[in-house]
Write a protein that binds this ligand. Structure first.
Ligand code: GMT
Length: 371
């Protein structure tokens, strides 16, 4: 099939989901056309079936806000006409609205282009719900030929917050186990933890909703009981102030900010524990990637997290903000090597349920159905 994928190219989970899906589909022989304003971060290297079409947004002195969606819809039309694209897969807001526009333009030329829209998270729960966007987001969801959500929780949230008159199919996010299930590099582990300190990792885009301050607070409580090092991966609006307050801690040398990292599969395998303290996650792709690297997860029980993290098996869950409980649970896992190894293998077993080979065929089946 010739498939157009429209997404944000950034480090956010939706960009990762779209890029990994595109790569997996390309490996299965489909032609994938990414239509976005920048090469997606995880789309490195050459693949004969993957094409990247950059959306260029010309500026003009009168435009305070260059019309991105117009440029996006026009690029979609151009790409579809010149590459025999058979369907568009949009990662919801604002891509579904632009896809609707492209679909209507092509309909006038007698060309039918079905649109599949995937709801993944903050596009719905935060941004899309805002009154400024909600009418367009609701309309474009209802006009999509097929709507999918990455968790049951997000499906329910969407029904609760929008007037949706069609079925939402749940297709969970997925992970490429082969990629993350790697042997930890001993030299790297030694560098981070020269005296065998436990390595605790968090990765996010440091938005308020991730509550990274709870990650640091949980870590400090763990550290009262055992030597540990915290690696904070990613960057975003909250990083500056969290970094400033971490510097004031007595043990600031054990908290390391590593910034944005593309090679998560090289870092995660050296970790003993992954912390995800978010106030909300529709799914929590970062936690799934950690589990695929055999890293147990201490998370909140918000949103879709209970659909992936199994309490007492792949890790533990606590109420949002309960850093005491999170640290107690972390210590339960880290208390001895046998327990840690058990949680590590449980985490991997749990991640395997979301293996790419189980999930990608579900999207393929939808594509076939809609074409
Ligand atoms: O929250 C992020 O880090 C980015 C965000 C996005 O919109 O790209 O992630 C959302 O989509 C991911 C992929 O489906 C989900 O795994 C994340 O849980 C979800 N984030 C939230 O809902 C807060």
């Amino acid at each position: 099939m010739n498939i157009g994928i429209v997404c944000y190219p950034t480090f956010g989970g939706s960009g990762v989901l779209a890029t990994e899906l595109g790569k997996a589909l390309a490996d299965k022989g489909h032609n994938i056309h990414f239509i976005t304003y920048q090469q997606p971060v995880r789309l490195s290297g050459f693949h004969a079936n993957i094409f990247y079409h950059e959306v260029r947004v010309p500026t003009y002195p009168l435009f305070d806000y260059p019309p991105y969606e117009t440029a996006l819809a026009s690029t979609m039309v151009d790409v579809i006409l010149n590459n025999d694209v058979e369907l568009l897969h949009a990662l919801c807001h604002p891509h579904a609205a632009a896809a609707y526009m492209a679909k209507q333009i092509l309909a006038k030329q007698g060309i039918r282009i079905p649109v599949i829209t995937t709801l993944h998270g903050t596009d719905i729960t935060l941004v899309g719900r805002d009154k400024t966007y909600s009418p367009v987001v609701t309309f474009s969801m209802n006009e999509s030929d097929i709507l999918t959500a990455v968790s049951h929780n997000l499906k329910e949230e969407t029904y609760k917050n929008f007037s949706i008159d069609k079925e939402i199919e749940v297709i969970h996010n997925f992970v490429d186990i082969q990629r993350f299930h790697k042997k930890p590099v001993d030299a790297f582990r030694k560098l981070i933890s020269p005296n065998g300190e436990k390595i605790i990792v968090h990765a996010s885009n440091f938005r308020k909703l991730k509550r990274v301050e709870d990650v640091v607070a949980t870590f400090l409580l763990i550290q009262e009981k055992m030597p540990a090092t915290l690696l904070l991966l990613g960057d975003g609006p909250e990083r500056t102030h969290i970094e400033a307050s971490a510097r004031k801690c007595e043990s600031h040398n054990t908290i390391k900010f590593l910034g944005k990292q593309e090679q998560m599969e090289d870092i995660l395998p050296i970790a003993d524990l992954f912390l995800l303290t978010s106030e909300y996650e529709s799914f929590g792709l970062a936690a799934l990637e950690a589990m695929a690297a055999s890293v147990p997860v201490i998370s909140t029980n918000a949103g879709g997290l209970p659909e992936i993290n199994i309490n007492g098996f792949s890790g533990y869950m606590s109420n949002v903000g309960d850093v005491e409980d999170m640290s107690k649970n972390a210590l339960l896992i880290l208390k001895d090597n046998a327990t840690l190894q058990q949680f590590k293998s449980n985490a991997l077993a749990q991640a395997k349920k979301f293996g790419i080979e189980n999930i990608v065929p579900l999207y393929e089946a939808l594509y076939k159905k809609v074409i």
